[in-house]
Design a protein around this ligand. Structure first.
Ligand SMILES: [Zn+2]
Ligand SMILES: [Zn+2]
Ligand SMILES: [Zn+2]
Length: 272
């Protein structure tokens, strides 16, 4: 496997606000569900039986656009369906938060998109190479996805002129990455995050962070834990994602949330 070094910037991240003030920037939530999705297979609870489209949650993914650049964050097992629904047939890069299947299980589906540039930490790239050996052998099976793997660390990096600031968080004991792009930060599968990393989230228009359910969980933020982080960061608006059927119906939970804090839902699109 060839892992390319990214075009790193040496600036300290706190002072680095990407230069697209006045440009077009948008996030579309492609999937807002936890690893099982909602409805969960075989479940007959009121959330899984809800007729509301806002209670249908595919596995976690989002498309962030900055002018004509398109960044896919995570590529879970529902990716093909998500790309078709949203007419996405080209991406500038794929950013991966971590190697769990609900975030990388759709990578094979990028084949028709042509050569794809994937940015992630070394352990995530190694997991992809291990799980998809047919894509990285010397003699490749015909038609396999062409994936260029780019290793990132905690330094800010740039993709086609767009600055991206990695944010470290912990998913129980597994380190995961979030990404700040301009006035948006996207974090998922977080259980805890240090204050030094929270400092990188000042001045956000949009914070996206995971909120699994009301009860505590060993590796994901609960609703009240996510609200506490949202209120500390104090972005103009916060959207919760990676949601379990245990959280409740979109409409009911939304009515209980503080001002400026919302549940995301599949295909929601926001400018930032
Ligand atoms: Zn996950
Ligand atoms: Zn259910
Ligand atoms: Zn995970």
């Amino acid at each position: 496997m060839e892992i390319k070094n990214t075009d790193f910037i040496n600036n300290k991240s706190n002072s680095l606000i990407p230069p697209f003030e006045g440009g077009r920037a948008n996030i579309t939530f492609l999937g807002t569900g936890t690893s099982t999705g909602v409805p969960q297979l075989g479940c007959k609870c009121p959330v899984c039986r809800s007729a509301s489209p806002k209670d249908k949650r595919l596995r976690n993914s989002a498309l962030v656009t900055v002018d004509d650049k398109r960044f896919l964050i995570d590529a879970g097992p529902d990716l093909r369906q998500q790309l078709i629904t949203n007419d996405i047939f080209h991406v500038t890069a794929i950013l991966l938060t971590h190697e769990h299947y609900d975030h990388v299980g759709g990578l094979d589906d990028v084949r028709p998109l042509g050569e794809t540039n994937i940015y992630a930490e070394a352990n995530v790239l190694e997991a992809i190479e291990r799980n998809m050996p047919y894509c990285f052998g010397v003699i490749k099976y015909p038609g396999v996805p062409k994936m260029n793997l780019h290793k990132v660390d905690m330094n800010p990096f740039q993709i086609q002129g767009v600055n991206i600031i990695p944010i470290r968080a912990m998913h129980a004991r597994l380190p995961v990455l979030g990404f700040r792009i301009g006035k948006l930060a996207y974090l998922t599968d977080v259980k805890s995050i240090d204050n030094t990393e929270l400092d990188k989230l000042r001045g956000l228009k949009v914070l996206v962070i995971n909120a699994l359910r009301k009860e505590e969980h060993i590796s994901h933020l609960s609703l009240s834990e996510a609200i506490a982080i949202a209120q500390h960061v104090n972005a103009e608006n916060t959207y919760f994602t990676h949601i379990s059927h245990h959280l409740g119906k979109h409409e009911d939970v939304s009515a209980e949330l503080p001002e400026n804090i919302h549940l995301a839902y599949d295909n929601l699109s926001i400018n930032f």
